[in-house]
Design a protein around this ligand. Structure first.
Ligand SMILES: C[S@@+](CC[C@H](N)C(=O)[O-])C[C@H]1O[C@@H](n2cnc3c(N)ncnc32)[C@H](O)[C@@H]1O
Length: 317
């Protein structure tokens, strides 16, 4: 992902903090260290959109930093501590998304319900993973959608899905909610809380990194577009390979985040640099989200001279 020379250079740009910070100091910065040590140094009420993708309760090696599976009640306490440290950073109208797998989903929910308005559970199909001989293949993850108050930002028009219409219905001779395009008939549909148009990054996708739990850019694009406006502040206390912040950069939001692993922060920094030169998001083109594996159709219907360079990218998404 990075050459030795790149690690050396990129590491210099990672912010280290040892005392209280201002918004100006953290804006556009990747911060190295343990979230639990650093949380108290952040400004109050600066976050418009919090995206939380914490280690799930699995023993996992994050390139040298090991998370060890905890007893369920200890994981719930660990998660509650994370949330309680973040609450002072939230604005009254903040939105909070929390990623989880099927096991941690039920542990984080009571913590969220005690503190926020829980508005929905999004379940997304990972479409990748190991099959099991004596169990159902684990193929979904949850994202809890919460807000800090009853008032919050949500723009559904920015996250509609472009779907091929198989049985185009006409009313009084005119297409009902669909349009005829060069390569077929399409409809923009309202997104539900089951997302089947996303996969975790494949090796062949330009966004892929060696991070063991990297989220897809298309998924983050939906969360960020629906729940933040231009220049809003997006915060991610568990940056990993940087997907949240990369997408925030591509979509013109302000951002900051923390990770304990310097190597990951270097990967994230490199991705953010690349994002500044190519803001394309695979699966999101010309302002709409496309169904999975629709690159051939996207190629045909995309506006000439569109801004997406990764149209030459992977055929899988
Ligand atoms: C689930 S991963 C995040 C993946 C990320 N969303 C992405 O797309 O790459 C969780 C991350 O939390 C980091 N982490 C774990 N404990 C941490 C801590 N106490 N403080 C800061 N980061 C931590 C790990 O290094 C790991 O990269």
């Amino acid at each position: 992902m990075c050459s030795e020379k790149e690690y050396h250079e990129l590491a210099k740009s990672i912010l280290q903090i040892e005392g209280n910070t201002s918004l100006e100091q953290i804006k556009g910065q990747l911060i190295g260290g343990d979230f639990f040590d650093l949380a108290a140094y952040f400004p109050k009420q600066f976050i418009d959109l919090l995206i939380l993708d914490p280690p799930y309760n699995l023993t996992k090696d994050y390139h040298g930093n090991r998370f060890k599976e905890l007893h369920k009640s200890s994981y719930a306490l660990w998660f509650a501590e994370v949330i309680d440290l973040l609450i002072p950073m939230l604005k009254p109208r903040s939105t909070i998304y929390v990623c989880s797998d099927w096991k941690t989903s039920s542990l984080v929910l009571p913590v969220l319900e005690d503190r926020f308005f829980v508005r929905n559970r999004i379940t997304w199909e990972r479409e990748k993973g190991r099959g099991a001989n004596q169990n159902w293949k684990n193929n979904t993850e949850d994202i809890w959608f919460c807000t800090n108050s009853k008032q919050y930002y949500f723009d559904v028009d920015l996250v509609k899905i472009k779907r091929k219409v198989l049985a185009p219905y006409r009313f009084e001779g005119k297409p009902k909610d669909w349009t005829a395009e060069e390569d077929g008939n399409y409809r923009l549909t309202y997104p539900s809380n089951i997302w089947t148009d996303i996969t975790i990054p494949f090796w062949s996708m330009p966004e892929n990194t060696p991070h063991p739990t990297q989220k897809p850019e298309k998924l983050l694009a939906k969360l960020i577009l629906a729940s933040s406006g231009k220049n809003d502040f997006v915060f991610d206390p568990f940056v990993g390979s940087g997907t949240t912040l990369v997408v925030a950069e591509k979509l013109g939001r302000q951002w900051s985040g923390i990770d304990i692993n310097m190597k990951y922060l270097c990967w994230a920094k490199k991705r953010i640099y690349l994002a500044q030169h190519d803001p394309a998001i695979q699966g999101y083109r010309d302002g709409v989200f496309w169904e999975r594996n629709s690159l051939p159709q996207q190629r045909k219907t995309s506006f000439a001279g569109g801004r997406s360079k990764n149209i030459q990218g992977s055929l899988l998404e």
